[in-house]
Design a binder for this molecule. Structure first.
Ligand code: PLP
Length: 393
């Protein structure tokens, strides 16, 4: 018999599995080219060719016992050093290997840092709508999720943010560029949030950690800058991932940055290393650690996502759908016609469109379209979106 605590998780995940199964059945019934699956955030763009070359190079040219052995729980020292230097070159920071812990993707990194920081009952603040897994990750360590309601433009509202923080707040998770809205928070937005955090740290006389979840950092359009948060607030911990930036989600590789300025730095680093081990990750996968260190300047073809963004945004707004033009990541967050996102997603299925209800992201009334898909599928889907819009007239 499974744990009682798992029953709800299983129920919740079967919704996503059901959607996946439904997509496969629909493809069998109507032909794959007539089904428009916008449900998953799986990168459609190939990893840069340097990644494959680096993996082959590691396998052929590095000492085998260096590639396949156990290592320090924080990862290879030279890999962490290379990442720190790359960040310093890009953002003017002064990190060293001691500030970096290699993790099993952003998901692994978030779990490591939440295990490191949370005592049961500690509160973690998130901004709606948000990546639904945060709720599970926080619960994993007995934390309590506190949700800041969304603003009209999905930029965090500092006043609402301030109201959500309490003397029990231990951490805040911020995701920029954002899944599911595609919004990018500007430097001014970040400064306003950092001001609130400093004020609240003073009021409650304790550290409040800002966890920057950044798997989409490199996926931005129109030349926008994504502020590097350690420069604005000392108690920041960055979680990065190569899942989207190098299209490597199955390889499970990312890292945490814990700056020297962060409160209780040495204990946090030590505890995060132990957390990496005792959560069962032990260390991030070794081969891909060595490979990404050779690809720190490699980039995926962001322009391919940009072309999808333009096609989808122009097509949907012409049909009368309402949404903010995404500035980053590969998601579009669209108002559900009729107001009920779940009913709208069901209606969309009648036209072979697979979309995700905003409720999954604690943002009802909207749906998420993942446009990390084949460009031609977007073109082919426009007729279905047109029929969907007409169904609500
Ligand atoms: N955070 C956000 C906002 C995401 O969208 C995802 C994956 O889609 C993750 C974290 C987990 O990413 P990873 O594959 O690096 O674990």
């Amino acid at each position: 018999m499974i744990a009682k605590s798992m029953v709800d998780y299983v129920k919740g995940s079967s919704v996503i599995r059901a959607m996946f199964e439904e997509g496969k059945n629909m493809a069998k019934k109507y032909g794959a080219e007539n089904v428009y699956d916008f449900s998953l955030g799986n990168p459609s763009v190939e990893p840069p060719k340097q990644v494959k070359e680096a993996m082959i190079d590691v396998l052929q040219n590095e000492e085998p016992n260096l590639v396949h052995g156990y290592m320090n729980n924080s990862g290879y020292e030279d890999v962490r050093e290379a990442i720190a230097n790359s960040l310093n070159g890009r953002f003017g920071t002064v990190f060293g290997a001691g500030n970096i812990i290699m993790t099993v993707g952003a998901a692994g990194g978030l779990n490591v840092i939440l295990k490191t920081l949370l005592d049961p009952g500690d509160e973690v603040v998130v901004f709606a709508p948000f990546f639904g897994e945060y709720s599970n990750y926080v619960k994993n360590y007995g934390g309590v999720l506190k949700v800041v309601p969304p603003s009209d433009n999905f930029i965090p509202d500092p006043v609402e943010f301030g109201k959500t923080i309490s003397d029990k707040t231990k951490a805040v998770i911020i995701n920029n560029p954002n899944n599911p809205t595609g919004v990018v928070y500007s430097e001014e937005d970040i400064i306003r949030l950092a001001d609130v955090l400093r004020e609240k740290e003073k009021e409650y006389g304790k550290a409040i950690y800002l966890i920057a979840d950044e798997p989409y950092r490199e996926l931005v359009y129109d030349g926008l800058d994504v502020p590097y948060l350690t420069k604005y607030y000392d108690d920041t911990i960055v979680g990065y991932s190569y899942s989207k930036s190098l299209s490597l989600p199955g390889e499970r590789i990312g890292y945490l940055v814990i700056p020297n300025e962060a409160d209780d730095f040495e204990n946090v680093v030590q505890a995060a290393n132990v957390a990496n081990r005792i959560l069962g990750f032990v260390n991030a996968p070794s081969l891909i650690q060595r490979a990404v260190a050779k690809c720190l300047d490699a980039e995926v073809d962001v322009e391919a996502y940009n072309r999808n963004r333009e096609l989808l945004y122009n097509g949907l707004t012409e049909l009368g759908f309402e949404c903010i033009k995404p500035q980053g990541a590969f998601y579009m967050y669209v108002k559900a016609l009729g107001g009920d996102d779940k009913a709208f997603v069901s209606k969309a299925k009648e036209f072979n469109l697979l979309l995700v209800p905003g409720s999954t992201f604690f943002g009802p009334g909207y749906i998420r379209i993942a446009y990390c898909v084949d460009h031609d599928m977007i073109k082919r889907s426009m007729g279905a979106f047109k029929k969907l819009a007409e169904a609500y007239k």
